[in-house]
Design a protein around this ligand. Structure first.
Ligand code: KG4
Ligand code: ZN
Length: 336
């Protein structure tokens, strides 16, 4: 049997996900149990609640992932698991479950970095070529990563404060949008226009770093000041102006990084990679300014947290002989 099958676990935040991936490129199953409903009334993820949900869901997800893929433990080549970055309690559920399966069925255990996983969501679009660059934008991270060769990651720049998705979620709260707010704000942005002049922090600075907390504060102040004057601001225009500022900053830093680091491919990944404004801007910029760079955008369904991306990254990590044993622990602050 030439098939190499990876069973992958992802529980870093608020989705419990287990997948079976064939040869690192074909998804046989990708079960995602989301907990969003339980966290919405708190306006964000409550770690303790998240851990409890993972415990409740994980065995169901495992059974379903194997059933949908129509495989048995004997068919598997390895078990891959996200061990960081993320919430420690959440990570531990996936790590413990993966260890149990690996131990019980005598399978190799492969540790996977969640952020590497996000990049590998684009592997389901096309083969990877190097050097490659990635814009990783999620609820917890905003990074530009240079990948000189396979599985060799270097962070060129990152956010100094809030992540892009975090900024979306925080301004969403001010507009009364349910957590996670990114998708709705994105939709609103397309119904409004950029009429508020929000800041574009660090856009001219000669680095690849970001800052979104000033934008977030400017946004919140604008809304609160209007409330005090009993003035109603157009929420669609607010969303459009906010999004334009975020996209401008992300796109300029990407352009700067690409000018300094020629690459064959550019990957956009992470939850915020689902943003329509960001996708079309990067697409246009690459076509006009870097026509020789192939753009790989993670499929919409695989932008958010899921185990299929961990399976794809896990296969490559496995091929690179990355292994761990029963001493594996969760590493909440894991970097590349
Ligand atoms: O990668 P992800 O699923 O979880 C983390 O690892 O953080 O990212 C979730 C983030 C949330 O902040 C959510 O608001 C944001 O991605 N998001 C979006 C969109 N869809 C999800 N942000 C902007 N536009 C979207 N369309
Ligand atoms: Zn994520």
């Amino acid at each position: 049997d030439k098939r190499k099958l990876i069973l992958a676990f992802e529980t870093s935040c608020d989705e419990t996900s287990i997948a079976v991936v064939e040869n690192g490129e074909k998804i046989l199953s990708n079960i995602v149990a989301t907990q969003i409903d339980s966290h919405q009334r708190f306006g964000g993820v409550v770690p303790e609640v998240a851990s409890r949900h993972h415990i409740e869901q994980i065995t169901h997800c495992l059974t379903e992932a194997l059933e949908v893929a129509d495989v048995d433990y004997d068919d598997l080549s390895a078990v891959a698991v996200t061990y960081g970055p993320g919430l420690v309690g959440s990570l531990l559920i996936g790590v413990t479950a993966a260890k149990a399966v690996a131990f019980a069925h005598n399978l190799p255990l492969v540790p996977v970095n969640h952020m590497a996983g996000h990049i590998y969501a684009a592997r389901f679009v096309d083969q990877f070529q190097y050097p490659q660059m990635a814009l990783l934008v999620s609820g917890g991270h905003t990074e530009i990563v240079y990948i000189k060769s396979e599985y060799d990651f270097e962070i060129l720049g990152e956010t100094r404060d809030d992540a892009a998705g975090e900024a979306y979620d925080k301004i969403g709260r001010v507009l009364g949008v349910n957590y996670p707010a990114g998708k709705t704000i994105d939709e609103w942005a397309h119904e409004g226009s950029d009429t508020f002049d929000f800041p574009r922090a660090m856009i001219k600075e000669d680095n690849y770093d970001f800052s979104f907390s000033g934008l977030k504060s400017a946004f919140i102040n604008t809304v609160h000041n209007a409330e005090q004057r009993d003035e109603e601001l157009n929420s669609r225009d607010l969303a459009a102006s906010f999004q334009q500022s975020v996209v401008d900053v992300l796109a300029s830093k990407v352009e700067r990084a690409l000018l300094d680091h020629p690459v064959k491919q550019f990957v956009v990944a992470g939850g915020v990679a689902a943003n329509k404004g960001l996708r079309s801007r990067i697409e246009r910029d690459l076509q006009t300014k870097f026509p020789n760079v192939q753009l790989l955008m993670a499929p919409l369904k695989l932008c958010g947290d899921n185990a299929a991306m961990i399976g794809a990254a896990g296969q490559v990590a496995f091929d690179h002989k990355k292994r761990t044993d029963m001493s594996l622990n969760a590493v909440p602050g894991l970097s590349f």
